[in-house]
Design a protein around this ligand. Sequence first.
Ligand code: ATP
Ligand code: TPS
Ligand code: MG
Ligand code: MG
Ligand code: MG
Length: 331
Amino acid sequence: MSIKDEFQFIQKISPKELFHTNLRVGIGDDAAVLQTEENYEQVVCMDTMIEGIHFTKQTMRPFDIGYKSLAINISDMAAMGAIPKFYLVSIAIPTSWNETEILTIYEGMDAIAQRYKMDLIGGDTVSTKNDLVISVTVIGEVEKGKAVLRSQAKPGDIVFVTGTLGDSAAGLHLLLHKCSDFPHHDYKFLISRHQRPSPRVNVGRIVSQLGRASLNDVSDGLASELNEIAEASGMTIVIHKKFIPLSQSIKNFSDDVIYNWALTGGEDYELVGTISPIHFKELKKKCEKEGVPITEIGEVHPPQSDFVIIERDGRHEVLNKNGYNHFKKGD
Ligand SMILES: Nc1ncnc2c1ncn2[C@@H]1O[C@H](COP(=O)(O)OP(=O)(O)OP(=O)(O)O)[C@@H](O)[C@H]1O
Ligand SMILES: Cc1ncc(C[n+]2csc(CCOP(=O)(O)O)c2C)c(N)n1
Ligand SMILES: [Mg+2]
Ligand SMILES: [Mg+2]
Ligand SMILES: [Mg+2]
C-alpha cells in the first residue's frame, strides 16, 4: 500500500522509547532540542528539496535552489527561537546537471550562510539516475529552556503572523504560467518571495526571550501550521479572515485565489505563533524596530470540538489541516 498522508506516516515511524535522557524535544516540532551544555541547548533540523517537487529548472536558478535549501532550514531554527550555526549538505546529482550548476547551488547556500555567519561542516555527494536531491541539516543553539515549542499555546493568547501570506504560491503561479501583462514590479516581488524566502530569525529570537509562546514556520500553509499548534497544545484557535496580511502585489489576483494561497499555498517561511496579549505588545514594538511587519490574526480558546476555526463575515467555519502534504497532492 502506498503512503496516503505525510503526517500519519511520521507518527508511525516515531520511536516509542528513547535511549538518551538529554533529548528535550524529538520528532514533532520544527527541530529537535538536545541538552548538551549547562546553559545552552542544541537545535537540529533537516529539510530536503527535490527536483520536480520543490523546484524545476523553469522555476528556480541553481543559485536560488542553494539559497532556498538552506533558508528553509534556517526558518525551522527561527521557529524554535534558535540561532543557526552550522550546516551539512547531502546532494544527489544526476547527469542532467553540470559541475558549474552544482557549484552555483553552493554559491547560493554560501550567500545566506554568510548573512547568518554559518559554517558548512560536512555532508555527502552521490550520483542519482533521476532528479537532483538536496538535503540540508542545520545545527543551532538556544538558551536552556528557551526553545519555542508548538505545544505552548494557552487560552487568551493572541495569534500572530509575520510578513504577508500567499506570495510564494502567487510567485510559483507566475513562474509556471505565462502572465505577460502582469505588472513588472509585482511580478519581481512575488517570484522573489518564492525563490528567496527570508527566514525570520530575529523574530524567533525576540519571541524566545519574551517568555512562554508557541511558534511554527509557514512551509505547508497557514491552515496546516495553525492546526499543528492547536493539536500540539490541545487548544482551539480562532482566526479572522479580514486580518490575514496580504501584500499589495498579490492583490492583482481575485479574492478567492488570494485567500486559497494565503491559507494553503505554503512556502512563505513566515512565522505564525501565539503569545500573551502583554507580550504581544512588546513583540510588536520590537518587530517594528527590526522593520518586520507582524499582525494579530486571532486568539486561542480552551479546547472545543475543532482545532482551528476561521471567521469570515461573521460566519465561523472549521479550517481543516489542508495545505501541502507530500502524499495528498491534488485532493
Ligand atoms: N522520515 C522522518 N523520520 C523521522 N522524523 C521525521 C521524518 N520526517 C519528518 N520527521 C520529523 O517530523 C516532524 C515534522 O516534520 P515536518 O517536515 O512536517 O516539519 P517541518 O520541517 O517544520 O515542515 P516542512 O518540512 O514542511 O518545512 C519534525 O520533528 C521532523 O524532524
Ligand atoms: C515546481 C514546483 N511545484 C510545486 C511547488 C509547491 N510546493 C512544493 S513542496 C511545498 C511545501 C513545502 O515543502 P516541504 O513540506 O517538503 O518543506 C510546496 C508548496 C513548488 N515549490 N515547485
Ligand atoms: Mg517548520
Ligand atoms: Mg521538514
Ligand atoms: Mg511540509
